[in-house]
Design a protein around this ligand. Structure first.
Ligand code: ADP
Length: 317
């Protein structure tokens, strides 16, 4: 099952789960439409050819959805009943922490073994260096910002570019460093507008230079439009533009990194179930596959890499 927000590489994970199950002489079933699909019995058996030619495709062939009903005890009882009726005795959920929270309740209430595979572009899951889809989303954002830089430079403009990431600044920070942005604003660090303005006064001259400020969508003072407006009020001489990259960051063919990561984690998920494990997320830390209890990944917040945070400022001196 894929659940919650979709991410490029989810298909590669589905393929890995199905093929590893078959390799181990198990049967594999696909649940269509996340937990809501499970409740409604949208379940089909998958053979090896059902997952052919999908490793390179974005989105998810199993579709994804959000389910309010699954958040209720009754909804989860219906879900468990569907699993029993289809003689399914273990479940792999590819999703984010919301999906893992739901999985945890399903395990507690119905004793069904569930393991999780981290699939989200936001990279906001504790216990894994990278989530499936993050690398591709950053590549997409970098490509877009490179293009914006061309036009910014042609007109000596200052661009505020908003990237995705929900409440986390991982996509923003990495994109900022990879594109040589002048500044980055993330939810994890309170925005100091005065400091930003002083910095821009030194670094950006509307007569002969351009600038890029990357803003994470979860930035706490209101996002790219609000900040751009505040800066414009103080500096009417600046030639300011805002670009919100939006959903292009969720689509597209997954990078080789995400395909390999998804293949490894999908296979490891089946291995873990064969090994009688449950209530864990498979992750990757320092290139090693790790088992992280759902409780831990749900409870803890992953921090931004502290070495990368000061780098944006240092490198735009
Ligand atoms: P993600 O998995 O990407 O974080 P969501 O937060 O939307 O995405 O969660 C996906 C689905 O997981 C929800 O639609 C819901 O069905 C289920 N879910 C999320 N939180 C809970 C919860 N507290 N209890 C039970 N189910 C939950």
């Amino acid at each position: 099952m894929t659940s919650g927000g979709d991410a490029p590489g989810m298909n590669a994970a589905i393929r890995a789960v199905v093929r590893t199950a078959l390799y181990n002489n198990c049967e594999a079933f696909g649940i269509y439409g996340g937990y809501q699909g499970l409740i409604e019995g949208e379940i089909r058996q998958l053979g090896r050819y059902d997952v052919s030619n999908i490793i390179q495709r974005g989105g998810t062939i199993l579709k994804s959805a959000r389910s309010v009903e699954f958040k209720t005890v009754e909804g989860r009882a219906r879900a468990a009943q569907q699993l029993a009726e289809h003689q399914i005795d273990a479940l792999v959920v590819i999703g984010g922490d919301g999906s893992f929270t739901g999985a945890k309740y399903l395990i507690q209430e119905h004793d069904i073994p569930v393991v999780g595979v981290p699939g989200t572009i936001d990279n906001d899951l504790y216990g894994t260096d990278s989530t499936i889809g993050y690398d591709t989303a950053v590549n997409t954002a970098v490509e877009a910002v490179d293009k914006i830089k061309d036009t910014a430079s042609a007109h000596n403009r200052l661009f505020f570019v908003e990237v995705m990431g929900r409440d986390a600044g991982f996509i923003a920070l990495r994109t900022a460093i990879a594109t040589g942005a002048e500044a980055v604003l993330v939810p994890e660090i309170e925005t100091d507008l005065t400091d930003l303005e002083h910095f821009l006064e030194r670094e950006y001259n509307p007569k002969n230079s351009s600038g890029i400020v990357i803003v994470a969508e979860g930035e706490k003072s209101g996002g790219a439009y609000t900040i751009a407006e505040k800066v414009a009020q103080k500096h009417p001489d600046y030639d300011i533009r805002v670009s919100v990259l939006g959903h292009i960051q969720r689509g597209g063919s997954p990078s080789q990194f995400d395909r390999v990561l998804a293949s490894q984690l999908g296979a490891a998920a089946v291995d873990a179930l064969m090994d009688d494990q449950k209530s864990i997320m498979l992750g990757i830390m320092n290139k090693e596959i790790v088992h992280v209890p759902f409780n831990k990944t749900i409870k803890h917040t992953k921090n931004l890499n502290p070495e990368l945070v000061p780098l944006v400022r240092i490198l735009s001196v």
